[in-house]
Design a binder for this molecule. Structure first.
Ligand SMILES: Nc1ncnc2c1ncn2[C@@H]1O[C@H](COP(=O)(O)OP(=O)(O)OP(=O)(O)O)[C@@H](O)[C@H]1O
Length: 373
């Protein structure tokens, strides 16, 4: 376990064995449980306050408004996309817009059909059931959920063995909001039960600027436009990272700058936490340095590259690579990893003539990366 602070302070925290603790990275798109408590205060409460994701916002707004006018629960909603982009926030907003209570649980918490039956049978009419990480539910629970979503019914099995009987239990109408970082892992029958699916994309800098201004206000911090832009530009298109970096800049400003978040404070704090202009941290840059300086831009195999930066292959592949590939710093080719022109330029090095300009095999956004890419 990490020995570092729990809210994403550290830009790198090393385990006793020297390996990299990914979840402690200041640019990690995942959130710890402690951080989620801090985040709760920063969530927009209504759709009209939710910056970014204009398509999903407009489509969802229509679905909810129509349901409200009909006076019946809307179709079930599936939200997919990388961590930290606002799936949980939108689920809360669905309930707020419908003015209904929300029940929150997650796939890993529902391992037996009985766990789900207990939740479903206690729902009130019109209640919203938020199922986070829905792709991690057990198969038996998934099957029970199909039936409940479609017919508002669960079969409660009483007894065991040959004498067991299924007693159908009617449920009041309710709305499931499912969230997943891996929509591709959901079995088709479950996916088909959702009448509305919204895929969240990485945010534009302008939207992150709006989010940061709002967060600064909620944190009671005075922040200049230039400072907010600097933070937004290094946040990897991810509100969770943007808010976390803002909190670190606020800390710096409180200790060194009289509390005012200006451009100087932003640059100094981000340098201290090792987040560069492109949002890369030390691990990302170490991978690029190794690729360019030691392997002349590649191609080089993943395990060789990992040894060169002193990390596990898995860490390089799932922690650093998704963002590097998404941003066109690195390409994955059948012969190995190669540095693109952007990588050479980022390190201030002259690219050899053969360097590809961008990635040739981009990773799926829903891929295994922890960085939201
Ligand atoms: N559009 C947005 N506007 C303002 N803040 C946002 C927005 N989207 C996300 N956030 C903030 O980012 C943080 C993470 O958001 P949220 O928990 O909703 O992400 P998520 O997609 O559910 O992540 P995970 O997949 O890790 O559960 C929260 O503090 C939330 O307030």
């Amino acid at each position: 376990m990490s020995t570092g602070p729990a809210d994403g302070f550290g830009s790198e925290i090393r385990e006793a064995d020297g390996s990299f603790e990914a979840t402690a990275r200041v640019v990690d798109a995942g959130g710890s449980d402690d951080e989620r408590v801090v985040e709760a205060a920063l969530r927009p409460r209504r759709l009209a306050e939710f910056p970014g994701q204009p398509r999903v916002r407009d489509q969802l707004g229509l679905v909810l408004e129509a349901a409200r006018r009909r006076g019946s629960p809307p179709d079930h909603v599936l939200l997919s996309g990388p961590p930290g982009l606002g799936k949980t926030t939108l689920a809360m907003i669905v309930a707020a817009e419908l003015e209904r209570p929300i029940r929150v649980t997650s796939g890993p918490a529902i391992q037996h059909a009985g766990d789900l039956a207990a939740v479903l049978s206690s729902l009130d009419e019109g209640e919203v059931l938020f199922l986070d990480e829905i792709h991690r539910m057990s198969r038996a629970a998934e099957e029970m959920l199909y039936l409940a979503m479609e017919d508002f019914r669960v079969d409660v099995v009483v007894g065991k063995g040959p004498g067991a009987t299924a007693i159908p239990l009617e449920l009041p109408p309710f709305t499931v909001v499912g969230a997943t970082t891996r929509a591709g892992l959901l079995p088709a029958p479950l996916r088909d039960r959702f009448g509305f699916t919204g895929h969240l994309d990485f945010y534009e800098v302008g939207d992150l600027v709006a989010i940061l201004h709002r967060s600064a206000g909620l944190l009671g911090v005075e922040a200049d436009e230039a400072a907010v832009r600097e933070v937004a530009g290094r946040s990897r298109g991810t509100p969770r990272i943007a808010n976390r970096l803002l909190r670190r800049v606020r800390d710096w400003a409180q200790v060194h700058g009289g509390g005012h978040v200006d451009h100087h404070a932003a640059r100094e704090a981000l340098a201290l936490f090792d987040v560069d202009e492109a949002g890369l941290d030390r691990l990302d840059r170490a991978v690029l340095e190794a690729l360019c300086r030691r392997f002349a831009g590649g191609p080089v195999g993943l395990s060789t590259l990992a040894v060169a930066v002193g990390e596990e292959s898995d860490t390089v592949e799932t922690v650093a690579e998704p963002y590097l590939v998404r941003e066109g710093f690195m390409a994955r080719t059948p012969r190995g990893r190669t540095a693109t022109g952007r990588a050479w330029a980022h390190l201030g090095l002259q690219a050899p003539a053969h360097a590809p300009q961008q990635s040739v095999l981009p990773l799926d956004d829903d891929g295994p990366g922890r960085l939201g890419g």
